[in-house]
Design a protein around this ligand. Structure first.
Ligand code: UTP
Length: 416
């Protein structure tokens, strides 16, 4: 059986015969290419995805409980010293690495290139978002006398642009052998009837599988093996768009080791009950993140004995994982969150249709769903002014303007 025949058989088996109809309009070469794609695709998974469309997606949990974070200012100087020394030892002995997630589309920012290549007008001179992360790493390298291995997650769509950008900028003087780029996975888009969409390039349309895809793609791309070879025990995974992100945080690493957990996360206190951030809590006894839209108002407004929001530990994409748990998570299928979106497609006559209403689903996994796979995690409450200045929107809240202000203020108060 040749490639095309094999694909035909698979498409018939999985009820995707509309593609055969469209393929009639394709050249032999185009038929060959789409058949290759079909033959590689996991159609069982696709059927499962379709089944999730009819199920209630979000498992809120029957019992939602608050979770407590370690607050630095509640530790004695001796306790803090002890924790920091553990963290310092981990970093300076080469057991620590960093991964930056930059596979997102950055749609809210409305910038057509990869978000990391966005230049932000900070003092004393403008910097690219990638450059800011790189500078943070270089400072840690200098402080601890090491070179921290840096894994950068890209997507099918932005990988080449990102690699080219690093070349053009001479890797911002980071040792090239210690930067590893790897592509995240993709998931096919499906319409409301579970049918695959064919795009203008005459292939099945796929999109990035969300930041939760990092575990599997690190394994598939050999990053976990690389970490093991280098003797790395802890990996910090952070986003590209927080200009105050501190990756090499000795307190975070120290409490993870001391509490003997596999995952640690840094939160910041939600600034108001209605701030649009997910909060870390317990759902049916397991650690999870609950989206702001799903948290009942009564709980969102409740306060603890210090007067702080009880459900106030915001998840800010500031997470630390042991190699051991990364290996486990790389074999786990995290739950898919679906997004109903407008996606163009070819109809049965191979003509392009641009829908005016959402017509299809994109499936993404989220990194924080990994918390559910451990019994406990360590949570360190950071400080907004020091730790959180995200670049999400073009204007207004969490925009370049707010991030610049926070960045400048931080560096004004923390001169090197
Ligand atoms: P966001 O969820 O904020 O998405 O990503 P985004 O792509 O930056 O922006 P919008 O929502 O399209 O406006 C948080 C972090 O996760 C990464 C992003 O690059 C960012 O660092 N991410 C997100 C990925 O690496 N892959 C994905 O599929 C999604």
């Amino acid at each position: 059986m040749n490639n095309i025949e094999k694909a035909e058989e698979k498409l018939k088996k999985y009820n995707q015969t509309h593609i055969l109809k469209i393929m009639e309009k394709f050249t032999e070469d185009e038929k060959e290419k789409i058949s290759e794609q079909v033959n590689e695709m996991d159609f069982e998974n696709l059927t499962n995805l379709y089944n999730t469309l009819t199920k209630e997606e979000v498992n809120l949990g029957k019992v939602i409980e608050p979770i407590s974070a370690l607050k630095k200012n509640k530790l004695s100087p001796d306790e803090l010293d002890e924790i920091d020394n553990i963290g310092k030892e981990i970093i300076s002995s080469g057991k620590f690495a960093v991964a930056t997630m930059s596979g997102g589309q950055g749609t809210r920012l409305g910038y057509s290139k990869p978000k990391g290549t966005f230049k932000i007008d900070v003092l004393p001179q403008p910097k690219y978002l990638f450059e800011i992360v790189c500078d943070t790493l270089k400072r840690a390298n200098k402080k601890y006398g090491v070179v921290i291995p840096w894994y950068i997650m890209t997507s099918e769509d932005n990988n080449d642009q990102i690699i080219e950008f690093f070349k053009e900028n001479n890797y911002f003087d980071y040792p090239q052998k210690d930067i590893m780029f790897f592509k995240q996975g993709q998931m096919p888009l499906i319409d409301e009837k579970g049918k695959l969409l064919i795009g203008e390039n005459r292939l099945i349309r796929e999109a990035s599988d969300g930041n939760g895809g990092i575990f599997r793609s690190m394994k598939l791309n050999g990053c976990l093996d690389d970490m093991r070879k280098r003797g790395v025990k802890w990996l910090f995974i952070g986003s590209i768009d927080n200009v105050l992100l501190k990756m090499a945080d000795t307190t975070l690493i120290g409490i993870a080791e001391k509490k003997n957990v596999e995952i640690a996360t840094k939160s910041v206190l939600k600034n108001a009950p209605n701030e649009r951030v997910g909060v870390i809590c317990k759902k049916d006894g397991k650690v999870g993140v609950i989206e702001y839209s799903e948290l009942p108002v009564k709980l969102a407004e409740a306060v603890d004995e210090d007067g702080d929001l009880l459900y106030g530990e915001s998840h800010i994409m500031c997470n630390l994982f042991s190699l051991n748990i990364l290996e486990k998570l790389s074999d786990v299928t995290l739950p898919y969150h679906k997004a109903h979106k407008k996606n163009s497609y070819l109809n049965e006559n191979a003509e392009l249709v641009v829908p005016e209403e959402p017509n299809s689903y994109k499936f993404e996994t989220f990194i924080f769903d990994s918390f559910n796979y451990v019994n406990d995690i360590a949570i360190l409450r950071g400080c907004r002014e020091d730790d959180f200045a995200p670049v999400k929107n073009k204007e207004g809240v969490d925009s370049p303007a707010t991030a610049i202000e926070l960045y400048n203020k931080y560096w004004e108060n923390n001169k090197e």
